[in-house]
Design a protein around this ligand. Structure first.
Ligand code: ADP
Length: 492
């Protein structure tokens, strides 16, 4: 039978830890606040993505429309001019007239075959303009008959699209139109964007209030006494399962505590009754002189028993606190980082208990099995470990037979792990009760334990002492009779 000394209470998993952190982050916010924040972030992000996508799409459409538009217009004009063989002032007048009719959206430029600008509806005095002979849209049109180009102006934040066509007399007719750049378009979008964001904020405020009400109504419906029977949404079922498990655990702990308190009171009451009974008889003067000594002896031994029980109760409650997740040895002023030599600890216990063993006619021995020359040490608290070995050795003597043996072996392995093995040739523990002897106040033989001064807490202390050191306990029967209890310390 192996008793695992690690607490079976639920330890927080890393995932739980993360969850707690997240909850703590929002601990001072209301549900409505959290919902509003989430909705606002999501809505604003969606709104911005939509605006950007819309701007990009519009830009692409407008761009292709504009370039198609000026290309069509320039072809239409060029074929008319070519057919009518317009030239000189006639041509300039015609272009001027058409440009006025078009309302100034389009810029029309006529460039002679040497690059001189002959007409430009945007410029009053074309003679001021430099030669366009080097302009790519002109050069290309002279070579290929027509050309398209786009140029971005940093200062205007606009793109100008050009389409040039070579006329029958080798002059070039250029149509140009401006197109807002993506950033320019975005700038135009700022207004609608702000409206969308404001709408997002307003909808978050309204939506969050509604959401908070829905969520809190669901939460309020949870019956904390019967969480799994609550009519709650499925998303809450992991939480409810945990709540239910926690409720059961708390109930079990409360009942255990009640039982323990009842046991402690009962255990303390028995010696107290004896003490007060004898003291009363002596005080009333009805005790015979020859009995007073034996009464006083009983009072003394019962008070000793009470004192050792109170000591055990205090030790156990300290170990209990140390076993809790949130409490460390440091919080209780217990140094758990001592390097403890199990060898000197065992020798010390054996030395101290030898007279006790002799009283019980039991031979007590101590043995060290090292692997190599390394001393057998563990990290922890020397006092707690000493109490653990003492309790084991005391039991091995107390539950022994006349002429029996009690043997403490300290075994160190090469990997740094260590075992404390307490074996005796005593009365033994029935196999079916070996697990229960670690329960508080559990005794196999009530009268023998009390007769020999046992508090019923010794092995509970051993179990907790092992637990706070990360050690495991195993209980076995000894051959041909007796008990072996081993405490296994893992390699550090
Ligand atoms: P107690 O103070 O009664 O000894 P413990 O918690 O130390 O309390 O032990 C619980 C019970 O386990 C004892 O009452 C005894 O019946 C049994 N027990 C413990 N150690 C031994 C042992 N070495 N041999 C036989 N029985 C033992």
């Amino acid at each position: 039978m192996v008793v695992t000394a690690v607490s079976d209470e639920e330890k927080p998993s890393p995932e739980n830890g993360k969850r707690t952190k997240r909850l703590r982050l929002f601990a001072h916010h209301s549900l409505a606040h959290n919902a509003a924040a989430a909705i606002m972030v999501a809505t604003t992000a969606v709104a911005l993505v939509c605006v950007a996508a819309f701007a990009a799409a519009s830009y692409a459409v407008l761009d292709s429309r504009a370039s198609d538009g000026i290309a069509d217009e320039s072809h239409r004009f060029a074929s008319y001019i070519d057919e009518a063989k317009l030239d000189g002032d006639d041509l300039v007048d015609f272009l001027d007239e058409q440009a006025t009719l078009m309302g100034g959206d389009m810029r029309i430029t006529l460039i002679s075959n040497d690059g001189t600008v002959l007409f430009d509806n945007d410029v009053a005095d074309v003679s001021m303009l430099e030669s366009h002979a080097g302009r790519p849209e002109f050069v290309q049109a002279e070579i290929d008959g027509e050309s398209s180009a786009g140029r971005y102006s940093e200062t205007l934040q606009e793109v100008t699209l050009y389409h040039s066509v070579r006329l029958y007399n080798d002059d070039v007719l250029r149509f140009a139109t401006t197109q807002s750049s993506v950033w320019g378009m975005m700038l135009h979008m700022l207004g609608p964007c702000a409206v969308v964001v404001v709408l997002a904020l307003v909808s978050a405020a309204v939506g969050s209030r509604f959401l908070a009400q829905v969520i809190s109504a669901d939460l309020m419906r949870i019956d904390l006494d019967r969480p799994l029977e609550s009519d709650a949404p499925v998303e809450l079922s992991p939480l409810l399962t945990r709540l239910d498990a926690q409720r059961k655990r708390l109930e079990a702990q409360a009942s255990e505590r009640r039982q323990y308190t009842a046991n402690v009171s009962h255990e303390l009451k028995t010696p107290l009754t004896v003490i007060s009974g004898y003291a009363e008889i002596i005080a009333a003067g009805i005790a015979k002189d020859e009995d007073v000594k034996s009464f006083a002896h009983t009072i003394h031994s019962e008070s000793q028993r009470m004192r050792s029980m109170v000591d055990d109760i205090i030790s156990l409650s300290k170990l209990d606190d140390m076993g809790k997740d949130s409490t460390s040895g440091d919080d209780l002023g217990v140094d758990m980082n001592q390097v403890v030599s199990l060898e000197s600890l065992a020798n010390d216990v054996c030395g101290r208990l030898r007279p006790y063993a002799e009283d019980h006619a039991v031979s007590l021995s101590c043995e060290i099995e090292r692997s190599g020359n390394e001393p057998v040490v563990v990290r922890g608290n020397a006092q707690i470990l000493g109490e653990m070995v003492r309790n084991l050795a005391e039991n091995a003597i107390r539950y022994n037979v006349e002429g029996g043996r009690a043997h403490v072996a300290i075994i160190g392995a090469a990997d740094g792990s260590a075992v404390v093995r307490m074996s005796d040739t005593g009365i033994g523990i029935p196999p079916e009760l070996r697990e229960r002897v670690f329960e508080r106040f559990f005794r196999v033989d009530e009268s023998r334990s009390k007769e020999t001064g046992g508090s019923g807490l010794g092995l509970a202390i051993v179990k907790h002492a092992a637990q706070v050191h990360g050690a495991k306990i195993s209980v076995m029967g000894n051959e041909p009779q007796g008990t072996i209890i081993e405490v296994h310390f893992p390699a550090k």
